[in-house]
Design a protein around this ligand. Structure first.
Ligand code: NI
Length: 179
């Protein structure tokens, strides 16, 4: 981990930054110290807070960028921390799948959220290079969760029922324990 990067404060639900639409990163910021430094700080903060994603509004920055990583699983090889700036995320296909989500801005809770299974993404790196990628499964889920933060949307808004909502220790005991 890059311990020279700054550690940022993650804001929690109730902070207005989580409920506003973030602004596109201006063209002349790409490659700037300001944007590169923010990206590094967001990656460090995500890792320290043991999250798999962090969007700029979660650190009270009114900008369209997020970072995420995907741990190795049966479904995926590990994807190292990635930063996407000014992303455009589009679902491909009709398939929807439910999966468990949590959020560093809504600490301690987990809930089942339906999301499109596959997405296509166009974005920029902090240096301004164009990126396009396709993602499925958990990778697609993380991207959609983080992209939602740029529009003031949190995973609770995407739940079709609050029935599955659980505190983490109970979720680990009764949901993970049953799997
Ligand atoms: Ni979140």
């Amino acid at each position: 981990m890059d311990e020279t990067a700054r550690l940022l404060e993650v804001v929690r639900l109730g902070h207005p930054a989580l409920r506003s639409t973030a602004e596109a990163v201006p063209e002349d910021w790409f490659g700037s110290g300001r944007l590169v430094d923010l990206g590094r700080a967001m990656v460090r903060t995500m890792i320290e807070e043991q999250g798999v994603g962090l969007a700029a509004p979660q650190v009270a920055e009114d900008l369209r960028l997020f970072t995420y990583w995907v741990p190795e699983s049966d479904e995926h090889q590990e994807i190292a921390p990635t930063i996407l700036v000014n992303p455009e995320v589009r679902a491909t296909g009709d398939e929807i799948e439910e999966g468990w989500e949590g959020c560093l801005s809504i600490p301690g809770l987990r809930g089942l959220v339906p999301r499109p299974s596959r997405v296509k993404v166009k974005a920029r790196t902090v240096e301004g290079e164009s990126v396009s990628l396709t993602a499925d499964g958990f990778h697609a889920r993380v991207i959609q969760h983080e992209n939602d933060h740029l529009d003031g949307v949190v995973f609770l808004d995407r739940m079709t029922s609050t029935h599955s909502l659980a505190f983490e220790p109970e979720w680990e005991r009764y949901v993970l324990g049953e799997e």
